[in-house]
Structure formats: C-alpha cells, structure tokens
Design a protein around this ligand. Structure first.
Ligand code: SAH
Ligand code: SF4
Ligand code: F3S
Length: 430
C-alpha cells in the first residue's frame, strides 16, 4: 500500500481538510498513513497564509522533506498558501510535484497522478462533494459547515485563499453528524470562518436554514453529547443564536468572540462591523445568558495607525470581559489585503512591546480564572493525555484538567483540586 505523510499548519479548517485529503487518498487509491516523511510515497504540506511566518516555515520544511524523502516520493503543497502562491511555488522549490489550493481538496487524486498540476480555483465548489468518512479522533468529529468567507476584514488574506462563502446543505451536515455519532463520536465541532453566518448562500438546497436551526437539529441526534463550533462572528450574534447557545444542553458553553481591537476607530479601519461598545454589550449578554460560559478571543496588535490610546482601549476591553482564553498576534501585512497598503504601519518594536503587554495581562487573568475553578465540580469527558501520563478530562466549557485515574471514553464527575505545571489538576469524585 502506498503511504502518505501529511503536515498540517494553520487552523481547524485545515485540520479538517487534511483529514479529507487522507479520506480521498485512502478510499480511492488505498493510501495508508506514514508516521515519518522518510517512509512516505507522498508528502503533503497543508499550509496557512494568515501571517507571514508560516510561509517561511513552509519553504524551510519543503527543503528538509526534499532531502530526506524516498527518491520516488512526490511532494504536494496544499491549503491556503497553495491558493495564493500557486505555480510560483515551483520557482522557489522546483522539486515540488503539485500545488493544490484550499477548496480543491476533492482534486487530490487527480493532482497526484498528473505532472505538475496546479489546482487553485477559489470558486471551486466542494460543498456537495461526497467525501469518504474519516476522522483522526475517536471521540471528536470535525465537520465543515461552510467554505470561504464573504467578509472583507482589511488585514485578512482568508477571503483570497478560500474564496466566497458557501454553506454546506443542512442535510449533508446532519448526515455527517449522524454518521459520526453512529461510529462513536460524542462531540462534533462545526467549522467555518463565520459559522453563525451559516445559510447565507448554498450551491443548491431545498432546505435553507440558519445556524441556530442547524444547532437545534444536530442536537436531536442520539449519541451526540456535545456540540462545539468555531468561529462565530460578533456581527451575527443575535438573540436567537444566543438563546440556543444558552438553552440547548448539548451546545458547549464556550464562545469564541474575536475582538481584534478594543478601539472603535481601529475596528472601523479593520472593517469588522462592530464597535467597542457593541462588543462589550455582546460579551456581557453571553455571560448573562450562560453564567458558566467561557469566552475566548483573538487580538491583533500593531494594526496600521494604532496609537497608544487605541491600544489602551484593547487593554480596557480585556479587563472588562476577562477572556478565559486569548490568542494574540502582531499585525502581519498580507498580500492582496487593504491593510498592507495603509499608511502609518507600526514598527516592529512597538508592536512587540504591545504584544508583551497583552500576553502578560492575559497570563495573569488565566491564572486567576483557573484558580477560581479550584474546588468546583465539572462533568468531564475522559481522553488519554497526549503525554501518555494519565487522562485529560474536558468540561463542556473551555476548562480541562489532568486526571490520574479513570476510564477512557467515559463521562465522569471531577473536582478541580490544584494548578500544576500551568494546567488544572482534578480528581474523580463518586
Ligand atoms: N474567521 C475567523 C478568523 C480566521 S484567522 C474570525 O473572523 O474570527 C484567525 C485569526 O488570525 C484572526 O482572528 C486574527 O486575529 C488573526 N489574523 C488574521 N489576519 C491577520 C494578520 N494579517 N496579521 C495578524 N493576525 C491576523
Ligand atoms: Fe478573515 Fe474577517 Fe473572514 Fe475572519 S471574518 S476569515 S478575519 S475576513
Ligand atoms: Fe490559515 Fe487558511 Fe486557516 S490562512 S488560519 S489555514 S483559513
């Protein structure tokens, strides 16, 4: 059997695309997974373009793979960077065999069999393509509910790498969720760049529904216990959605609310569609409707023209919302985006200093948040920990704890008892 080694960079949508790449190769050509690139007949790098750094990483990894691969093995560059660099990848790395952009996953077997194939059409529509079943986790199923993004955030390359937004028909999403439950998944993660904008456009469907209704329908599937989703957009957080989030017992109480900046002036330049005040109001609503909800966020520092007083407002929002989880990035000018051409780009030293401030404020907050969990009891789902030293108990909200003993693959009640090596430690209670 031929073997494929897949390296995945980027977000959960890329993780899912890597699963689908494997599903196609396995079901059509009998590929199995290679544990190491040296053993592989095919090496795929599924790339991310959202910031500059992953792109340099791509070319250094390609060079390394080329040195250690079997002489007959092929190398393919897939995903978002494939979309925007296209055939120019051959110039920088002539040993690459093909380029397969995000949204072109269904063409993987064609790309492998042809010479120097380049499939990067961002209008390609895989939204009704019958991919074979495959998932890498026994308990959790990643499920795409839409492709692409219709927003035009000024800093973001994703609309250029993943194209226009198209939703996957509800019947297909529901069938996939049912199949996942029937084969032992207890949790689904619904994926899209704007999940709560679901249903804006379908390629063809007789049953156009929105995200809230989709959540409700999925929650009726027997065997599924938890529904997560990423990423929602603050712009689509209406009362109906917040109601289902709060009241449906299967919907996990963890909301990702990407803030990006706390300054309404910068938010406007970013074209995010909400103000600082609206964001604060929404975050307060989330806490009000679901008292045990956790809120995570993304923050960009050093967006063009960001003054000290704008940055102070970002810190103010952080202090007011008290995010339980926070991802922060220095603004990275991306090709084809409006922000890359804006005046008053912020120097790296200032952006780095701001990033440090955000990260240390968050570190303090995270410690406080975890500390406040000690003594509390959670219903956790037990999975083997990645370091193999015990179990990992995941609560429905963002909290998770290391647990020494218990039965893998079951739910248990566990109490958080301490913080150890930066993580909660828990014990199962009768
Ligand atoms: N659709 C998702 C975001 C996908 S990109 C959403 O709107 O939430 C993930 C995160 O990367 C973004 O939330 C943003 O914080 C960050 N990001 C995107 N473009 C960036 C850029 N040019 N520089 C730095 N960070 C960026
Ligand atoms: Fe990018 Fe904005 Fe779309 Fe998110 S909503 S993928 S940040 S353009
Ligand atoms: Fe990266 Fe593409 Fe996801 S740019 S963040 S892999 S959508």
């Amino acid at each position: 059997m031929p073997k494929v080694f897949i390296e995945t960079l980027g977000c959960a949508m890329n993780e899912r695309d890597s699963e689908l790449l494997f599903a196609e190769l396995h079901s059509k050509e009998g590929y199995e997974k290679a544990q190491k690139p040296e053993e592989a007949d095919l090496i795929l790098i599924n790339t991310c373009s959202v910031r500059e750094r992953p792109i340099s990483k791509l070319f250094s990894e390609l060079g390394a793979f080329n040195l250690l691969k079997k002489p007959t093995a092929k190398i393919g560059v897939c995903g978002c960077t494939a979309s925007h660099l296209g055939a120019s990848i051959f110039r920088r790395a002539p040993y690459v065999d093909f380029v397969l952009g995000a949204r072109n996953v269904s063409k993987i077997t064609k790309a492998v069999s042809e010479r120097r194939a380049v499939y990067i059409d961002t209008d390609n529509d895989d939204s009704e393509y019958p991919f074979a079943n495959y998932r890498s986790s026994k308990y959790q199923a990643l499920i795409n509910i839409s492709y692409g993004c219709d927003k035009q955030c000024a800093y973001c390359i994703v609309p250029h790498t993943r194209g226009k937004e198209v939703s996957i028909p509800p019947k297909l999403v529901l069938d996939e969720a049912k199949r996942a439950a029937d084969s032992g998944a207890i949790e689904v993660v619904l994926l899209g760049q704007n999940v709560n904008g679901y249903g804006g456009r379908f390629a063809s469907t007789s049953d156009p529904i929105g995200f809230s209704e989709l959540l409700e329908k999925i929650s009726l599937i027997d065997g599924l216990k938890r529904i997560r989703f990423q990423s929602p957009h603050p712009l689509h957080m209406d009362d109906r959605f917040l109601g289902v989030f709060a009241d449906n017992p299967k919907v996990c109480k963890h909301m990702h609310m990407p803030l990006q900046s706390g300054s309404s002036r910068i938010l406007k330049a970013m074209r995010r569609g909400y103000t600082k005040e609206r964001f604060l109001e929404l975050a307060a609503r989330v806490r009000e409707v679901a008292s045990d909800a956790t809120i995570s966020t993304d923050i960009i520092v050093g967006f063009p023209n960001e003054r000290d007083e704008d940055f102070e407002e970002t810190l103010e929002v952080m202090k007011a919302v008290k995010f339980e989880q926070l991802f922060s990035f220095k603004f990275s000018p991306r090709p084809m985006t409006a922000a890359a051409k804006m005046e008053n780009q912020i120097d790296d030293e200032t952006a780095s200093a701001r990033l440090n401030v955000v990260q240390s404020l968050y570190k303090k907050r995270l410690y406080e948040a975890m500390n406040a969990q000690i003594g509390k009891t959670f219903e956790v789902f037990l999975e083997p920990s990645t370091d193999g030293t015990g179990l990992y108990g995941k609560a429905h909200n963002f909290y998770a704890m290391r647990i020494l003993k218990g039965e893998v693959g079951t739910f248990a009640r566990a109490k958080a008892i301490a913080i150890e090596r930066g993580a909660l430690k828990g014990e199962i209670i009768a």
